[in-house]
Design a binder for this molecule. Structure first.
Ligand SMILES: NC(=O)c1ccc[n+]([C@@H]2O[C@H](COP(=O)([O-])OP(=O)(O)OC[C@H]3O[C@@H](n4cnc5c(N)ncnc54)[C@H](O)[C@@H]3O)[C@@H](O)[C@H]2O)c1
Ligand SMILES: [Zn+2]
Length: 382
């Protein structure tokens, strides 16, 4: 089959790779109809993960049709249209039984961390290297989906592919952020990052009754989307004193909940420095900790932050903040989000700004990584 593979830093290629096969009785094989780029892929593209190998198939977010089922699969039949949650979780461990699939003991099993200080036995993830279970991703014609009764979800007929696709990762991550932030009716919520995850965090906050949602970014096209589709107010950090503006719009206290959904800032290469190319600012977490009101909640999404020293710990204790984080969503919210999509409460298809054949995967990633031509997500069709 054809698949989009990582080759080397900043080099992707569509290659011929072996078709996936059922390996366990709880597996299904899915024929992919759509897959999307994601912010979590960017550090991989840059070659920052030492466990990534040339030929690894990328793609965390995908949707397709079940074409083969293992003998222990109960919830799926051949022909079902399913969206597959990006987290690979067993469904039976202590964490999964409590709905905390992102912390699954078995999904990313058998991998020792490259950094022993970081605990890395959590859920697996599609399209990630060995440190996340080594599961081949969705930018391919077919994918093996382990624990299919736990992680694959039948899509209601009323929900089209371009909408349901985002129930795999971006929408459940946004929902989890609002939940970890304990967003309540009347809250003021600030979100750093207007990518798909930031926008769907903003939408989740609105659905949970937030009175005001403020989204911070520097990309005007993304900020406009957050206004139009999530009902958010927006701040361009290049031209605004973000801290002052957030205080002003929250009764002088600061937002009740601050969510950081900015991704890992790319390291400025020598070329970037010479050409003065604009890159993301690395300080969103610090900004959120300082901006949040006393007794508020700061939620940090995304992996690979690693160790961040000079962290404003004093602000956390002085202001009695709650600091929470996650680098993967849970799976339990996916059916609820699909129902909201069916009822038109949650619309996501506008995030699919670029639709391309899988063969154009490298070009799609270039657009996405550069945020060029208004690209929020490139969506591939095999
Ligand atoms: N925890 C989870 O469950 C989970 C799941 C999926 C994605 N994520 C994470 O969510 C994050 C966002 O994902 P995405 O796909 O939307 O990424 P994306 O790369 O498409 O968007 C990130 C946005 O953040 C903006 N940004 C960067 N630095 C900023 C700053 N200092 N202040 C304000 N805005 C800034 C960028 O301009 C960009 O628009 C990533 O870190 C990803 O790893 C987490
Ligand atoms: Zn588990």
């Amino acid at each position: 089959m054809r698949a989009l593979c990582w080759v080397a830093a900043d080099e992707l290629a569509v290659r011929e790779v072996p078709d996936p096969e059922l390996r366990n009785e709880r597996d299904v094989i899915v024929r992919v109809r759509r897959s999307a780029t994601s912010g979590v892929d960017l550090p991989l593209l840059a070659g920052r993960d030492p466990l990534l190998r040339a030929g690894d198939v990328l793609g965390t977010e995908f949707l397709g049709e079940v074409v083969e089922t293992g003998p222990a699969v109960r919830r799926h039949r051949i022909g079902d249209r399913v969206v597959v949650g990006a987290s690979v979780a067993c469904g039976g461990c202590w964490y999964c039984r409590r709905g905390r699939h992102s912390c699954c003991d078995n999904g990313g099993a058998d991998v020792a961390s490259v950094d022993p200080d970081l605990v890395r036995s959590d859920a697996g993830c599609f399209g990630r290297p060995r440190a996340a279970g080594g599961f081949a991703g969705g930018h391919a014609e077919y994918v093996r989906v382990p624990y299919a009764d736990v992680g694959a979800f039948r899509v209601p007929d009323a929900v089209g592919d371009d909408r349901a696709l985002f129930a795999a990762d971006a929408a459940p991550t946004g929902w989890l952020a609002a939940e970890l932030g304990e967003v309540r009716s009347g809250d003021v919520v600030a979100v750093w990052g207007a990518g798909a995850v930031g926008q769907l965090t903003a939408r989740a906050a609105t659905l949970r009754g937030a009175a005001r949602v403020l989204v911070v970014d520097r990309h005007a096209d993304r900020l406009r989307m957050a206004e139009r589709h999530a009902g958010a107010e927006t701040l361009d950090y290049r031209s605004t004193d973000v801290a002052a503006e957030l205080r002003e719009r929250s009764g002088g206290r600061g937002p009740d909940v601050c969510v950081v959904a900015v991704g890992v800032p790319p390291t400025r290469s020598v070329a970037d420095r010479l050409t003065g190319r604009d890159v993301d600012r690395p300080d969103a977490v610090r900004e959120a900790v300082h901006a949040c009101r006393k007794d508020g909640v700061v939620v940090v999404l995304g992996g690979a932050q690693g160790h961040v020293d000079a962290f404003a710990l004093g602000a956390v204790t002085d202001k009695r903040l709650t600091l929470r984080g996650s680098r993967r969503p849970d799976l339990r919210d996916v059916p609820m989000l699909l129902h909201r999509m069916a009822r038109d409460e949650l619309r996501t298809e506008h995030l699919a700004t670029h639709r391309l054949p899988l063969e154009d995967g490298p070009r799609g990633y270039a657009l996405f990584a550069d945020r060029a031509d208004g690209c929020v997500r490139a969506v591939f069709t095999p």
